[in-house]
Ligand binder design. Structure first.
Ligand SMILES: Nc1ncnc2c1ncn2[C@@H]1O[C@H](COP(=O)(O)OP(=O)(O)OP(=O)(O)O)[C@@H](O)[C@H]1O
Length: 483
């Protein structure tokens, strides 16, 4: 039975929490002060400590510091009040597994505790291993390239480890995950941590390739080889020679081009269209998809042999909503980047914004978060981003709340936002500009974003609804910094 210590000087909260956790199969002890909590820790080993941030004799930071120094195997989850969330994020950076904020919801508590205990177990399992196969003893896990946030969630740590494992090999990799989860960033990271990192990384968006152009984009062509071939063109395979070719949205390729791709990958040779000369290839292939390729194989839309060629290693990208406190780490990173880019000095998010970010579903994942933070930074006059700078669908997003003490799943539809959210002072947000060109751009931007959200950021579907081709959508997304 897993052992949990609750340190909380609000006796009623500690009691309720301990009864709830005991009912769910944990061995629970409670301490009503920081000092008595530390005494418990001296006398017994705990899997996890749930510690209230505000204690009369000390605080969560001090307890965390002591646990990390003396009992590094014990996980720590901080319980925070509404206004301490920013502090909690700092504690995560110091090594807390996660935080849960009051009011406490049984489902959330159970979920966070279960994940924390799983992480602890995984870390313990890792310990006796002499050295991971691809890293030197004592070497820290590789970190993705500069500018990329590596979160502290279990999912992020798993991801970093998978990158570390596969990067130095020559394996082809399939990266699976919803749109905007960072698949291309992971592909770049694999390339940067491979021996190919002094050779090109070439990315191709297969979703925006027309049937007619696909072959020439992949393999290149000689001048005059077909009507319109006005000059010789080097294909992406040749461009990536020695390095890595990243094929995004690979599920969109036509069956014919899949056959040609398979031949090229098997033979490791490429011929430009209209040429007889074969060029030797040494290209590592990484592909990404947000559709289920196994289902595409069953429907006869994707070749099984090609799938197996690509699937020497697969990486699953977790959706942002499952990455817990990483959301805030990423938001802070994007805020800093926006400050630099826009010459601003917006320093932080209000607690209400942090709460909205933690609750929202993020169907567009990291891309949507990045975009929302950049926009909020742009329209914020002061140093704090408030909910007024968020799109309504984010600030009004309501999670089903639970009555503490009720059985999990017993939904209570009241929302748990502070009333201040709606009463906020608007003076910290810029008035929109009213000239026609900006109005048109704003409308276009809002429409594209709305449609992308409606279709879970599936660009093919969005282009259909918007009645533009995928390439145009792609270009527009780039132009308005949605990519
Ligand atoms: N860990 C991260 N740290 C910082 N920025 C990130 C991270 N992950 C993703 N991003 C940013 O989010 C945006 C979307 O990432 P990316 O293009 O890699 O996603 P994707 O899964 O390939 O999307 P799609 O399936 O739509 O092509 C990019 O602007 C990228 O820089």
């Amino acid at each position: 039975m897993k052992k949990i210590l609750i340190i909380d000087d609000e006796v009623n909260v500690a009691l309720l929490l301990s009864k709830f956790l005991a009912r769910n199969g944990f061995d629970v002890s409670t301490a009503s002060s920081g000092n008595s909590g530390l005494e418990y820790l001296q006398n017994s080993e705990f899997d996890l400590v749930l510690c209230d941030y505000r204690l009369e004799d000390t605080d969560g930071r001090e307890i965390l510091r002591k646990i990390k120094t003396h009992y590094p195997k014990t996980g720590v989850i901080i319980i925070t009040g509404y206004s301490d969330i920013k502090m909690a994020v700092e504690l995560i950076k110091m090594g807390a597994y996660d935080y849960i904020s009051k009011p406490l919801y049984p489902d959330e508590i159970l979920n966070t505790i279960t994940k924390a205990i799983e992480t602890r177990q995984a870390l313990m399992e890792d310990e006796p291993v002499v050295a991971p196969p691809v890293s030197k003893p004592g070497k820290k896990p590789v970190l993705p390239p500069d500018g990329i946030v590596v979160g502290s969630s279990r999912a992020s740590k798993d991801l970093a480890r998978q990158i570390e494992l596969v990067a130095p090999t020559n394996y082809s990799v399939i990266i699976l995950g919803e749109s905007g989860t960072g698949k291309e960033e992971v592909a770049k990271s694999i390339h940067l941590h491979s021996h190919r990192n002094n050779k090109p990384f070439i990315a191709m968006d297969c979703g925006s390739l027309t049937k007619e152009l696909a072959a020439s984009e992949f393999f290149g062509h000689e001048k005059g080889s077909f009507t319109g071939a006005l000059a010789t063109k080097i294909g992406h395979f040749e461009m990536a020679n020695g390095g890595t070719l990243f094929l995004d949205e690979v599920g969109n390729l036509s069956y014919e081009i899949q056959a040609a791709l398979l031949r090229t990958v098997q033979e490791r040779k490429v011929k430009r269209i209209g040429s007889t000369k074969e060029i030797d290839l040494d290209v590592r292939i990484i592909v990404a998809t947000n559709e289920n390729l196994v289902e595409a194989i069953q429907r006869g839309r994707f070749r099984e042999d090609l799938y197996h060629r690509f699937n020497e290693f697969s990486i699953y990208m977790p959706p942002l909503r499952d990455r817990g406190s990483d959301i805030i780490l990423m938001a802070e990173h994007f805020l800093q980047a926006a400050n630099q880019e826009l010459g601003r000095n917006v320093t932080h998010f209000s607690p209400e914004v942090i709460e909205c970010f933690m609750n929202y579903r993020w169907q567009g994942n990291v891309r949507e978060l990045k975009n929302i933070v950049r926009r909020a930074a742009l329209i914020t006059e002061g140093d704090e981003i408030t909910t007024k700078a968020l799109p309504l669908e984010v600030s009004n997003y309501k999670m089903p709340a639970y009555d503490y003490g009720n059985q999990a799943g017993n939904h209570n539809q009241s929302n748990n936002y502070s009333p201040t959210t709606q009463q906020q002072n608007q003076s910290d947000v810029k008035e929109p500009r009213h000239d026609l060109k900006n109005a048109a751009l704003e409308a276009e931007y809002e429409t594209i974003l709305r449609v992308l959200r409606e279709v879970n950021f599936n660009k093919t579907k969005a282009a259909e609804i918007l009645k533009i081709d995928r390439k145009t959508l792609y270009n527009k997304m780039k132009a308005i910094n949605l990519k």
